[in-house]
Design a protein around this ligand. Structure first.
Ligand code: KIV
Length: 274
């Protein structure tokens, strides 16, 4: 269903205004059917570059392209009515110059009809965020563990422990002051998430960053038990769809081998009316 039919979609200013109020419910989605499932329950739906690992089997998010984000963004757009849709800018599509960031963000917005983009980075990206925000591109920022920097970090480890806390705090303050309308805090200690949430004026959206944040986000395939390549400790699995799917496929395979299928004439006549 399109955002232009029926319910009006939430806007970036409305999400920003939720600071300190009812926690923001956010999930990722990459396809139309999942977008339709999450939309009634979510304030923000992120077409995350996690799509590369979750749906395309890539070892990290580094191989994700702008074309992939646009294709998945278009699919998600068709499934949303109410939630704010945010699309991730993939690695290499925004870091080089303000012009590169604007051109690619504008292309993503024009081709997916998303209302905002997300990009990773703190102080180093503050000028870019300010450039985009001043030109009509609402930006969700992302600090702490930023998966596109996995090689620089040497893995997906917790950020902001001990003396490193001040760096993450500076990052969060910089993106808020630059004009981001919300910021994702990934994999940082609770005390730091609390400090940042109290200090900055925009909503903090945590992933592995404690309930102290103004909202939470999870990769939808993680919380549905569909992604098995690795399982972050902070992910609560609300259902084990992967196990259920595997059992269903095994049952189908058994039926095929045992020729346990209804005769064709018993299942004719149920074609959709055109
Ligand atoms: O790519 C993604 O899905 C993300 C979220 C997990 C925050 O960046």
């Amino acid at each position: 269903m399109s955002a232009t039919r029926g319910t009006r979609a939430l806007t970036p200013p409305e999400i920003a205004a939720r600071k300190g109020r009812t926690p923001l419910v956010c999930l990722t989605a990459y396809t139309t059917p999942i977008a339709q499932l999450v939309d009634p329950h979510c304030d923000v739906v992120l077409v995350g570059d996690s799509v590369g690992m979750v749906l395309h089997g890539l070892p990290s998010t580094l191989g994700v392209t702008l074309e992939m984000m646009i294709m998945h963004g278009q699919a998600v757009r068709r499934g949303l009515e109410r939630a704010l849709m945010v699309v991730d800018m993939p690695f290499g599509s925004y870091e080089q110059s303000h012009g590169q960031a604007f051109d690619n963000a504008a292309r993503v917005m024009a081709q997916t009809s998303c209302a905002a983009v997300k990009l990773e980075g703190g102080e180093s990206m503050a000028e870019t965020i300010s450039f985009l925000a001043a030109r009509g591109v609402p930006v969700m920022a992302h600090v702490g563990l930023t998966p596109q920097a996995v090689n620089a970090f040497g893995g997906y480890r917790v950020q902001g422990r001990g003396d490193d806390a001040d760096r993450i705090q500076r990052d969060a303050v910089a993106v808020a002051e630059a004009g981001a309308f919300a910021v994702v805090l990934e994999k940082i200690p609770e005390a730091l998430a609390k400090r940042i949430t109290q200090e900055i004026a925009i909503p903090t959206i945590g992933i592995g960053a404690s309930p102290a944040c103004d909202g939470q986000i999870l990769v939808v395939d993680d919380m549905l038990g569909l992604f098995g390549a690795f399982r972050p400790k902070f992910v609560k699995r609300y259902v084990e769809l992967g196990e259920a799917a595997s059992a269903a496929i095994a049952a189908y395979s058994h039926d095929v081998r045992e020729r346990r299928f209804p005769a064709a004439e018993h299942v004719f006549g149920d074609e959709p009316k055109t």
